[in-house]
Design a protein around this ligand. Sequence first.
Ligand code: SF4
Length: 360
Amino acid sequence: MSEKIELLGLSKEEFAAEVAKLGEKPFRAKQLWQWIYNRGVGNFEEMSNLSKDFRAKLAAGYTITRPKIVTEQISKDKTHKWLLEFADGQRVEMVYIPETDRGAVCISTQVGCAVGCTFCHTGSQKLTRNLTAGEIVGQFMVARDAYHEWPSPSDETRYLSNIVVMGMGEPLHNVDNVFKALKIISDGDGIAISKRRITLSSSGIAPKIPLVASELGVRLAISLHAPNDEIRSRIMPINRKYGIDELMKACQEFQKQASWGKYITFEYLMLKDINDSLDCANQLIKLMKKYKILAKFNLIPFNPWPGCSYEPSPKNKVTAFSVALEKSGYSAPVRVARGQDILAACGQLKSQKIAPKAQD
Ligand code: SF4
């Protein structure tokens, strides 16, 4: 018996082709898409406006598989973290960070990560594999299930209003699946999260950065964390491959290609005695001016995790750093750490490693 085809993660065109193969009219593809992505239905039986015959054909040849929830934790500040498991037993974490009337879901793109940033908990877990487009979309659908946001509410009334592609993994090391997933998530007939509410965060895979504007059209954040090659290469090995000059030129290209959302958010983790001096702040300002980058900064207090060798920068240094950037005209708020008590804050995500199943 041949394996069933997974519908989650098929592009709209692939989806329509499958429906056509079953001998159904094109509008049936739209109806099915809406059941899955607008109403969040995972069972063909419930799709009441599809004929019995069509539903039977779908049940015989197709599946709609969400990742399985292994554990869920809710922090004192209501940050919600899920450990999710896919069909092969691999796991990732996903986090929802609520504000008063909206909030962002932070989704993962890989099991582990090959970039190996030295301050990152995920980076200490070697890359196991890329997530498929269906596994990326499925994460967000699990979050929507938890907050009963089906059918897709209007943009103004939804709690899960934004997506940050900032969880486990480097999204630009998994471009095909990540772009495909974000196109599905932003499709107006389904989940319908506006591209303006999606931010892709990269450690700086320079050659792929312009594609975020030209092929996808979502906002861009760069994990910069240092103002020069010396410090950046020390804490982010990826900088030895794509140095700051190449990274800044890629950011210029992104801004040239972007028709909106040209401002790039530079994430800057404040590490004690590593990158938190006023001299570093001044170097950052010079860097942005030299390359004429439309920049905003997000200063992130470091969240220690078990076994890490860094310490958080003291509050007064973080404030002085922020003031220096702001005085030069750059927005540079200090991010309020969320979900620290459940290790859900930035850079703390990590899934348990799954041992391969023993052979019978
Ligand atoms: S910060 Fe991002 S890119 Fe760096 S190791 Fe962690 S998950 Fe990978």
